[in-house]
Design a protein around this ligand. Structure first.
Ligand code: NAD
Length: 477
């Protein structure tokens, strides 16, 4: 017996949750649950994240969460409940299967059957943004080695557990050689532990184009947070089954399961919503907690129900629908089909066994040496000439450092000055160390700049890690 937390959510949430729970019970899922309230009502009571402290305690105790969609009230500075839950419970993997059920549900890609495994905690979504000058704002892209290792290993374990033959990595490491480069490098490294699985790497732009054009050519895709966010929607759209998809958010200790779609307020209370998305999310949950055979029974009954033409309004078609039903009648039809398998669609066959377990990667410190510093300046004179600023910085005498170059928005503009290039008021001055230096030497350098009237807005230390350069060169450097 597994004790879980459920939330019935907003809009169609309570209807599809009731239908899903009735199927789980009829199929013999060994579940007991605590119920919490999340979403619109809780937001409007003044809880900015849509959840109360008491409910947090329940989530943390039970560890497994089946959540119906919620409505986020418009305006008013409310924080996304999903983002809060992901970040607080360390749900590093977003797993979104996309599948076509053609011909019963029309799709341009009848053979489509892929899973997107998206990193969920890092990348530009860390939400660290600053305005630094009158003209420039920044967003920090943070990628960690353990973060990459967890998601990549999860993708390979997922492929292995689900008999998928290939894992494709998508990144943009031709441009972001260090952040996306780390992801790609670790993908190659971890792949060697899974010799039975073939691998491919695609740059995210061509990868997205191929996904939209030939989605059947993918089985499992693993990628970083931002790219995963975008390609998950592309894949769901081309699959033509947004209303049917479930998704999971998996952490080392916690996991949350839900439907892809929202709370559909336009049809709430009418008893016509399709419960399939939440049901598929619930089946992912059953697999995660080791009740694989129950998930298999439900999914086969559900596929047979689709084949028999018993459909809710959103998926009905003159050709394939024999009986158009509401939410509860659809659930009853799935229950009536328990024990049956589809005849046309591929049946689901899940092995026994516990869900995928990932362990936290150990801390592996690498020796580092401080070799210089990038100092960012807010600077603008009437002409805003790189040569004026560059020459002035060059003339400063700072013991232990020499001025190396000036760049503007990543393009080297001094000493090799490019005339006519637009420069913002946000400059990077690179100073390299002439000898072994420490942070107190940097303080001295900053003090000199301050005394000479420069407005330092931030700094980035330049390190060699294990003797290797661990910072990017500017374009033209
Ligand atoms: P939506 O997914 O709720 O609805 C889009 C369209 O699909 C609507 O026409 C709706 O009737 C239909 N639809 C969705 N699910 C259906 C189902 N199961 N059966 C039949 N038809 C279905 O998207 P939206 O209208 O953009 O968002 C509504 C609310 O849901 C918003 O407040 C949004 O913030 C929230 N939302 C929540 C989640 C979540 O909790 N995970 C996810 C997405 C959106």
């Amino acid at each position: 017996m597994q004790h879980i937390t459920i939330a019935r959510g907003d809009g169609i949430g309570p209807e599809i949750m009731a239908a899903t729970l009735s199927i789980l019970e009829a199929a013999g899922a060994k579940l007991t649950y605590d119920e919490i309230e999340v979403g619109e009502k809780v937001y409007l009571q003044g809880h900015k994240t849509g959840i109360t402290p008491e409910s947090w305690a329940v989530l943390q105790r039970n560890k497994i969460f089946l959540k119906a969609p919620i409505t986020t009230p418009q305006g008013g500075g409310f924080n996304s409940l999903n983002v809060t839950i992901r970040k607080t419970l360390g749900l590093f993997a977003s797993v979104r299967p996309c599948k076509s059920y053609a011909p019963f549900i029309p799709s341009h890609f009848p053979a489509l059957d892929l899973v997107i495994i998206r990193e969920n905690e890092e990348d530009l979504y860390a939400g660290i943004e600053h305005q630094q000058t009158s003209e420039v704002v920044q967003c920090l892209k943070l990628i960690s080695r353990p973060g990459c290792e967890k998601i990549i290993r999860y993708a390979f374990e997922y492929a292995r557990a689900n008999s998928r033959k290939e894992v494709v990595c998508m990144s943009k490491d031709n441009i972001m050689k260090m952040t996306d480069g780390l992801f790609h490098h670790l993908f190659n490294e971890i792949a060697t532990e899974y010799p039975e699985i073939t691998t491919r790497h695609l740059i995210i732009d061509i990868g997205s184009a191929l996904l939209a054009d030939r989605p059947e050519s993918f089985q499992v895709i693993v990628t970083l947070n931002l790219y995963g966010d975008i390609i998950s929607d592309i894949a769901a759209e081309v699959a033509g089954s947004v209303g049917l998809g479930g998704s999971s958010n998996i952490g080392l200790d916690f996991a949350m399961f839900e439907a892809i779609h929202g709370s559909a307020p336009d049809i709430a209370g009418k008893g016509i919503a399709n419960p399939s998305g939440l049901l598929n999310g619930a089946c992912m949950m059953l697999t995660h907690i080791g009740q694989n055979k129950v998930a298999e029974r439900i999914q086969n009954a559900w596929l047979k129900t689709l084949e028999d033409g018993i459909h809710t309004g959103d998926i009905s078609s003159p050709e394939y629908t024999k009986k158009r039903v509401g939410t509860q009648a659809f659930a009853e039809a799935v229950i009536a089909h328990l024990g049956q398998k589809p005849s046309f669609l591929r049946s689901v066959n899940l092995d026994d066994g516990k869900g995928i377990q990932i362990i936290a990667p150990p801390y592996r410190p690498i020796p580092k040496t401080l070799v210089g510093i990038d100092i960012f300046l807010d600077w603008s004179d009437a002409d805003r000439k790189a040569s004026v600023l560059g020459k002035a910085l060059e003339s400063l005498q700072i013991e232990g450092f020499h001025f190396k170059m000036l760049s503007n928005r990543g393009v080297g503009v001094y000493p090799d000055t490019i005339d006519g290039i637009f420069c913002s008021d946000h400059w990077r001055a690179r100073f390299m160390a002439d000898k072994a230096v420490h942070n107190n030497d940097i303080n001295r350098l900053l003090q000199t700049l301050y005394e000479n009237g420069y407005d330092v807005i931030k700094t980035e230390n330049l390190y060699d890690f294990a003797g290797k350069r661990a910072y990017s060169l500017s374009q033209g450097e």
